[in-house]
Design a protein around this ligand. Sequence first.
Ligand SMILES: NC(=O)c1ccc[n+]([C@@H]2O[C@H](COP(=O)([O-])OP(=O)(O)OC[C@H]3O[C@@H](n4cnc5c(N)ncnc54)[C@H](OP(=O)(O)O)[C@@H]3O)[C@@H](O)[C@H]2O)c1
Length: 292
Amino acid sequence: MLTGASVGVGLAIARKLLDDGGFHLVLTARAESLPRFAEAGIRAGERVWLRALDITDGAQRRAVVEEIESKLGGVDTLINNAGITYRTVAEYATAAELSHQMLVNYEGPMALAALVLPSMRRRRAGHIIQISSAGGLMAMPTMGLYSASKFALEAASEAMNYEVRPFGIRVTLVLPGFVHSASYKKALVGRLSRAATQQVGDPYHPHFANMDRLIGTLMMLTSATPDSIATCVLKAMQRRHSPLRILATWDARLLWWFRRFAPQGAYVWLTYHMLPGVRTWGMEGESVPPAL
Ligand SMILES: NC(=O)c1ccc[n+]([C@@H]2O[C@H](COP(=O)([O-])OP(=O)(O)OC[C@H]3O[C@@H](n4cnc5c(N)ncnc54)[C@H](OP(=O)(O)O)[C@@H]3O)[C@@H](O)[C@H]2O)c1
């Protein structure tokens, strides 16, 4: 069972699983995105089910899992791929944006995992694959909400791994870094943050201008593709003992080593000083008169 399967990394995983031919696939997407399967040449069949699933909707989550359990005996492998990205700075983030980000990237996937676990536990087999992110290892300015959701997914999945391993159930976190795709163009930007990206005088304008350029450039320059991430997922499914974390791109591996082995002070100092144009950050917006 795969979430967010109609586009991007999810579609690449779906294609690999279809090519393999050895699986009964339940490909899910939000109802309005289901027509994309036909556009991608994917048709429903006896061994390929296409189902509507908004990961934030508890009734839809239950309906899909119940149907799989009643007709197929349960989910063997759950791939939680669906995800969204908010771009905002901490000062401008609203409670609604935070809640939406956490619901899609953390609460929804964990709730779906909780639904498939009882049957996996009874069968003493199963695999839960969480598509996480290098953003779950390291937080970048203007990406705090996204990283918060992936850090949460990392922590909850790591704990779940220890809980379910005694029942023969595997948990794998797949961490891509930048992937060559246009997905950054789909990032959700809150009202205040959108204004900051557009208004030169906004105190956070340089943060967005520089980070947008950096993220856009890195996403276009990287050699990692949705297809290469899908290959990592398929390998994880085929290995009997896949590790808890799979660092799916070279930049994710680099970040992991940097975070793990650089002394804490050096890590923060270097990260800060490598931010693009950071010397110009804080130069705009209202200036506060010095305290007397
Ligand atoms: N692309 C990267 O550089 C990158 C890097 C690291 C990690 N990742 C992770 O990889 C995963 C896939 O990302 P992607 O690059 O393929 O992004 P994408 O092209 O934006 O696709 C995201 C998928 O999630 C689905 N989705 C969003 N909200 C949903 C909801 N409420 N319920 C169900 N599905 C929902 C989308 O469906 P709709 O089209 O219907 O909205 C879409 O299928 C995400 O978890 C992302 O965080 C991506």
